[in-house]
Unconditional design. Sequence first.
Length: 177
Amino acid sequence: MLKIDVSPMKSKVFFVDLKVRRDCENTIQKIKRLYDTAGFDRIIDEGDFTAIKMHFGEKGNEGFISPVNVRQVVDKIHSSGAKAYLTDTNTLYSGYRHNAVDHLTTAIEHGFGYEVTRAPLIIADGLLGNGFRQIPIKGRHFDSVKIASELLDQKPGNGRRFSSRENGAAWRASSGN
């Protein structure tokens, strides 16, 4: 049985302002520098399945990172010989991300298709959001959490994850331990 240690730990979070100014780097250069500064090339190994946790945006809004910017991270991951994929989980509330079919359709309509990002899309908790496992934890408010099965079913050591954040780029790496 998988156990997750939720004892207080500090994570490094790297952030870059994506606003472009005339005398500075463009957005693509900033994303590549952010990736290098965070040292992801040192923790991603050849053959690793590397999840990039995304928010593909809700239908009708533009509150998501540009797929062109995501492509820069995918290219860097691929240059390490790893296998990048974009992932999210379905929402609990009704909407266009409540099931995998509508969720993937919305992602593609927002430009996250393979032809732009060079990474496949995987909804990590399945068609209807039922693909999870209950994992016991020693938390303050909860004694277990639901973790999407597709994130748990990677080979040990291949659990590299990067999270997207709107209004800038923040990428958090964890070893999946």
